[in-house]
Design a protein around this ligand. Structure first.
Ligand code: SF4
Length: 233
């Protein structure tokens, strides 16, 4: 019987620790900042627009949204219309059949709860209460809720989109297996309220311009000397 070879010691793989959030903000701010909050759409419009952005590009969602507003200018008309008409109006945005049903369900539920579509009163609510209000609408998840709260209501929510999810994992801010939905509360916990909007814009811009999905351009990145996923060494 051949002698057993002694076990090889496991090679220790040195991985850098997560980059501190303050350093991420400081370095990204130096190339993309300063970032100021700018109002976008009113909350009900932002909500429906965000539903249209699901599983498609912003450009396609914008075309679908513009077409919907042109063909059915009021949210009451969207409720009253045949679902197929709504689907035809948003065809550019993909998944038109599912999204048309979802949009009508959301609008019906809001009308049932409030009797109108003005959601601005939610800005005065505690963050978790407002989040619960949104995420109990049909098909509205943490990301859609956070987008409306952050961009329309100026609340300290932190939306995690595909770019932020990727960049945050590479920087070690969240674990590799953390899903985007799981990342919302984790990111909100680690980022001070007053910095959340700015950090959202900084990370999304970084994901679009340098820390891209297919090839991260680490040689251009101001965090490459600290990032655990840097490919510059
Ligand atoms: S060093 Fe590379 S992987 Fe890390 S954040 Fe910068 S671009 Fe992304």
């Amino acid at each position: 019987m051949p002698a057993r070879l002694p076990k090889q010691p496991a090679t220790a793989v040195k991985r850098r620790p997560p980059v501190p959030v303050e350093l991420v903000k400081e370095r990204l701010d130096s190339i993309y900042g300063p970032i100021e909050w700018r109002p976008r759409m009113i909350a009900i419009d932002e909500l429906i627009f965000t539903v249209l952005t699901q599983n498609t590009s912003d450009l396609n969602a914008e075309r679908a949204y513009d077409s919907l507003r042109k063909q059915l200018p009021t949210w009451g008309q969207v409720i009253e219309a045949e679902t197929t008409k709504v689907a035809d109006a948003i065809r550019h945005g993909g998944l038109a059949n599912q999204k048309s049903i979802r949009i009508q369900q959301i609008l019906v539920e809001i009308l049932k709860r409030l009797g109108h579509f003005e959601l601005e009163f939610l800005a005065g609510w505690p963050l978790e209460q407002a989040r619960n209000w949104f995420t109990t609408l049909p098909g509205v998840g943490p990301k859609t809720a956070a987008v409306v709260m952050a961009f329309s209501l100026k609340m300290p929510a932190f939306p995690v989109d595909t770019h932020i999810h990727r960049v945050s994992k590479r920087l070690g801010l969240i674990a590799e297996k953390t899903t985007a939905d799981q990342a919302h509360p984790l990111m909100e916990e680690m980022i001070p309220e007053d910095d959340r909007y700015e950090m959202h814009v900084l990370l999304i811009t970084h994901g679009r311009q340098i820390c891209k999905a297919r090839i991260a351009q680490c040689a251009r990145c101001p965090l490459s000397d600290e990032c655990p996923a840097s490919c510059t060494e």
